[in-house]
Write a new protein. Structure first.
Length: 150
């Protein structure tokens, strides 16, 4: 298929690391299991229309915490920002596509970033962030925000 036949109406303009913190501690791990916990979130930062185009910014947040018993082995806090544009979508469809497709895009970039950073930081094995069900994340966030409003 030609790219003109399957190209998305949503254009990925680029990404940047807003925050990246990795802190490690000297912890004796010999014979002790390392527990790794992941936490994911996102924040839709901005939507605006300029002439005939829509622009949107979204942050994808990943937190990783590794513990041995109650001692913290390492922590990672990452905020990855993505910028998107569309020249043909309406406002509602654009917002929906940025939320779904933007999160999918940023989750994969964040997975690669964390794998690379942890490998270069001497964490062995490097951290492989699990795949995320973006639809479930959006649904869970909507429910949480709905219960906070009540």
């Amino acid at each position: 298929m030609k790219s003109s036949e399957v190209s998305s109406e949503l254009v990925f303009l680029g990404n940047r690391v807003v925050t990246s913190n990795l802190s490690t501690s000297m912890v004796n791990t010999k014979g002790r299991p390392v527990n790794i916990a992941f936490d994911f979130d996102y924040d839709i930062k901005d939507f605006k229309q300029e002439e005939a185009s829509w622009y949107g910014l979204i942050d994808y947040v990943v937190k990783v915490k590794a513990t041995v018993k109650k001692k913290v082995l390492f922590k990672i806090d990452l905020v990855m920002e993505g910028a998107f544009r569309s020249d043909s979508l309406g406002e509602d469809k654009f917002k929906e596509m940025v939320e779904v497709n933007g999160l999918i895009t940023l989750s994969q970039i964040s997975r690669a970033y964390i794998l690379s950073v942890t490998a270069q930081s001497g964490i062995n094995p490097p951290i492989r962030v699990p795949m995320v069900n973006v639809n479930k994340m959006i649904e869970t966030k909507a429910k949480a925000e709905g219960s906070n409003e009540e």
